[in-house]
Write a protein that binds this ligand. Structure first.
Ligand code: SAM
Length: 151
């Protein structure tokens, strides 16, 4: 997903961010080994660090992600949330999110993540008006990503 950040921002983040921990390294490796070319859908470490920072800086408590895959970005979002924060994670694949669930346990963020297996539009339309969402990552395809932050 290196096309999301400009090279200057990506270089800056990689030079200054905390290196990926063993959980993220193992998740990236297992995703590559098990799913081959599909692993290209996974966000990069600098993008993950940016997500954690944005969630933390905005003080988001309620977040949503559309497009979980094997769960890398969900870990990064969940790490930016407070302990009582929640991430609603939407995907249609049991197979890919089965990997995600294992790594959420290892990363100790599983209790903050509510995974829904269904088309995201159905999940989102069924949400109550309250509580409002503070942060959203919409990432259904490799070429589509949008951040929405409400204060
Ligand atoms: C680009 S990947 C997401 C990458 C992920 N955020 C990560 O960091 O590894 C896109 C994901 O969107 C999911 N997806 C596709 N159509 C969907 C839909 N209608 N509702 C929910 N998820 C969908 C796919 O199953 C896939 O896992």
């Amino acid at each position: 997903m290196t096309d999301i950040l400009t090279p200057a921002v990506s270089d800056y983040l990689l030079a200054h961010c905390t290196p990926a921990d063993q959980v993220l390294l193992d998740l990236a490796a297992e995703t590559r080994t098990t799913f081959g070319g599909a692993a290209g859908m996974q966000i990069s470490h600098d993008e993950g660090e940016l997500l954690t920072m944005l969630v933390r800086l905005t003080g988001a408590r309620q977040a949503v992600e559309v497009g979980v895959f094997t769960g890398y970005s969900a870990i990064c979002i969940a790490r930016g949330l407070p302990k009582d924060g929640r991430l609603l994670a939407c995907d249609v694949s049991q197979e890919w999110t089965g990997v995600a669930r294992r790594y959420w346990e290892r990363a100790e963020v599983a209790e903050r993540i509510d995974l829904r297996i269904a088309p995201a539009l159905d999940t989102l339309r069924a949400l109550p008006f309250d509580p409002a969402l503070d942060f959203a990552l919409l990432m259904r395809t490799r070429k589509t990503i949008r951040f929405t932050i409400r204060s």
